[in-house]
Ligand binder design. Sequence first.
Ligand SMILES: *[C@@H]1O[C@H](CO)[C@@H](O)[C@H](O)[C@H]1NC(C)=O
Ligand SMILES: *[C@@H]1O[C@H](CO)[C@@H](O)[C@H](O)[C@H]1NC(C)=O
Ligand SMILES: *[C@@H]1O[C@H](CO)[C@@H](O)[C@H](O)[C@H]1NC(C)=O
Ligand SMILES: *[C@@H]1O[C@H](CO)[C@@H](O)[C@H](O)[C@H]1NC(C)=O
Ligand SMILES: *[C@@H]1O[C@H](CO)[C@@H](O)[C@H](O)[C@H]1NC(C)=O
Ligand SMILES: *[C@@H]1O[C@H](CO)[C@@H](O)[C@H](O)[C@H]1NC(C)=O
Ligand SMILES: *[C@@H]1O[C@H](CO)[C@@H](O)[C@H](O)[C@H]1NC(C)=O
Length: 684
Amino acid sequence: MGRNGCLMLFGLLMFLIEIPPTTQLQSSQSWALLRLQRMLNYPPFLAAWTGDNLSDVCSTDNPSATVVCYDESITQLEISGNEASPSRLPESFSIESFFVTLTGLPNLKVLKLSSLGLWGQLPAKIWRLSKLEILNLTSNYLSGYIPYELSFLTNLHTLILDENNLTGPVPDWFAASPMLTVLSITRNSLTSSLPESITTLSNLRVVRFSGNNLTGELPDLSTLTNLQLLDLDSNTFSSDFPKLQRKVTAVILSNNKFTGALPPDIGKYYLLHHLDISSNRFVGPLPAPVVLNLPSIQYLNISGNRFTGMLLNSTSCSNKLRFVDLSSNLLTGEIPICLNDSSNVKFEMNCLDATNQPQHKLPFCQINALAVGFGELPPVEKKTAAGRGGVICGAFAGGMALVGVVLFFGLKRANTKKENFTRTLAVHASYGFPSQSLHDSKAIKKAGRSVGISPYRSFSLEEIESATNNFESSALIEETRHCQVYAGKLKDDNSYITIRCLKMTKTVRIPPDLTKNIELIAKLRHRHLVSSLGHCFEYCLDDSSLCRLFLIFEHVPNGTLRTRISGDVGRKLSWTQRISAAIGVAKGIQFLHGGMMPGLFSNHTKSTNILLDQNLVAKISSYNLPLLCNEQEFGVIEDKIDVYDFGVVLLEIVTGKPIDSQDEIDATASQLKAEAQKQMEGHG
Ligand SMILES: *[C@@H]1O[C@H](CO)[C@@H](O)[C@H](O)[C@H]1NC(C)=O
Ligand SMILES: *[C@@H]1O[C@H](CO)[C@@H](O)[C@H](O)[C@H]1NC(C)=O
Ligand SMILES: *[C@@H]1O[C@H](CO)[C@@H](O)[C@H](O)[C@H]1NC(C)=O
Ligand SMILES: *[C@@H]1O[C@H](CO)[C@@H](O)[C@H](O)[C@H]1NC(C)=O
Ligand SMILES: *[C@@H]1O[C@H](CO)[C@@H](O)[C@H](O)[C@H]1NC(C)=O
Ligand SMILES: *[C@@H]1O[C@H](CO)[C@@H](O)[C@H](O)[C@H]1NC(C)=O
Ligand SMILES: *[C@@H]1O[C@H](CO)[C@@H](O)[C@H](O)[C@H]1NC(C)=O
């Protein structure tokens, strides 16, 4: 076609488009309207339709009834009752006849019949309205299943059946309706999961199923590349946060049983302006700096979940934010200053450092966070950080003869440093709880299996009482001012345990980083560590604060390394057994430094707190953690101290003599050094 042809066609098109809608209506279509009016029981808002002048109906404005015609035929019929919830039409109403009458308007593209009291099952005959593009039957009394025949409407792009009494499953014929862009069936009684076939609707922009009884897992919705609004409010979905494409603008999942954590890529939803996930079972750390800074976010509601984590007053917020509701979670820390002066910000019932909205006491959040962290998650694979401290194991490479030399220089270097250390409490926990915790709790369970011990868990007070025969004095094996250590036997599997009990008093309060500490303790699980099995909190009856904290560890029965090297109890270890004990200790230290995150350093490893089990496997029992009743100062973050202490243990192993003072260390070390030098000279 030439250029002129093109122009001519264009002109013709413009001419056609500018033809006004016809005002004259075929008489058969007028009669159809009158029949519909009668079936609707002559509602007052249709009083203007009379047999005399109905042929003008297409050109008359009526707010309750829009009729648009084209070529003497109705293409658009919109009738809205003005009551929000009209009464049902009388028993004599037949929805079958009503739709048969509607099929007398075969050119209908838009049909909206809202709040008219229509009742009955949506008739299969609806497929005869084959030109239908928009169907809106909001707020009637339609019941029963959604008919399969809707899928024959190949031009249908908007299907709205809100506020009816529809039952049965969400239709599964979506693959046959690829045109659908708006699908809204809210406030009905649909029961099913969301069918997989919905993922084929790549044109979908709006999906609304709020207020039904939908359940189960969501399919992967990331194939809905045009999805903007997802509203699943008030159902019983138990899925993880849905997989969505990144251009979504509104996500409403409130009042369901959604679980799991927020997706790690939530920050990439750059058009998201409305996020409501309130009243669900979401858990895990709230990435506050990310969600508060989503570029488009205006409304954020995460209330009524179990999000954990510490908020910082310095966190910034998107300047578009209008409504924020963080209430009823397990958040700690301070309200970000950017949220503080707005009356549209709710954060009550967390454990935040705030006085203007009611809060729980800190232990409430810490303890519940632990329950979330350990109680409910299935174990999942995780790669742990690769070990540091290869240095330690490397010390064995040259054989025991060289150990002395390596040690000597090692000792000397560490020694000069040691004097400068101010021994302050330093749990090397650079990770604010619980950014790692979800991940780690899974890893903990896994680690437990590999060590051959049961998963870390929380114990009940009854279990502890029964394991110690109600704290019988014969079960008490050690007592310090605030702390008792009991031996016990679990009734369910007859295994032996050690229970460390820490009493809270006026002077010993719950440490502010209790949670972090428990997190760390729960990671102490390794073949060469006296491994943690769980914990138990006992609450005071009066103010439900924490009264006693029990930490349960495995019981390691075969004495300390010292007694089996230089003591007079039991058989002394053979040389091979000593070497394997030394390797075990090295591996234990290596795990403490690099096998868990964050690492634990300066653990005060001594031959008196390395225990041997029934197979003479060496297990470290002292950790640089304040809750463990260890009579020790807590050292600085420094792996050299452990290497030094390990060196001293090696000296004891090699010489077979107890070494306690610095003088003894120095004397033994120089003696060994002299021996080693003699040997090296001897070898050339
Ligand atoms: C038809 O006539 C009635 C009264 O004669 C009038 O109120 C109504 O607006 C007219 N309707 C149309 C569509 O012209
Ligand atoms: C469907 O009808 C209801 C009731 O009149 C109205 O509120 C809603 O906006 C309509 N939806 C669409 C997409 O037209
Ligand atoms: C039908 O739905 C309406 C709201 O759309 C609701 O108020 C009513 O209770 C329902 N009736 C039945 C029988 O489910
Ligand atoms: C949802 O379904 C469950 C069982 O399928 C039923 O017990 C419950 O009453 C239903 N809830 C509603 C609001 O229909
Ligand atoms: C957040 O959601 C809860 C429960 O769905 C609701 O009660 C609350 O009003 C919402 N907050 C805001 C600010 O809209
Ligand atoms: C923010 O928190 C830090 C540390 O808790 C505190 O030193 C600082 O004063 C706080 N700033 C404001 C403005 O509250
Ligand atoms: C937040 O504002 C309230 C009053 O609006 C004030 O009492 C409170 O101290 C403020 N908190 C912080 C952390 O700035």
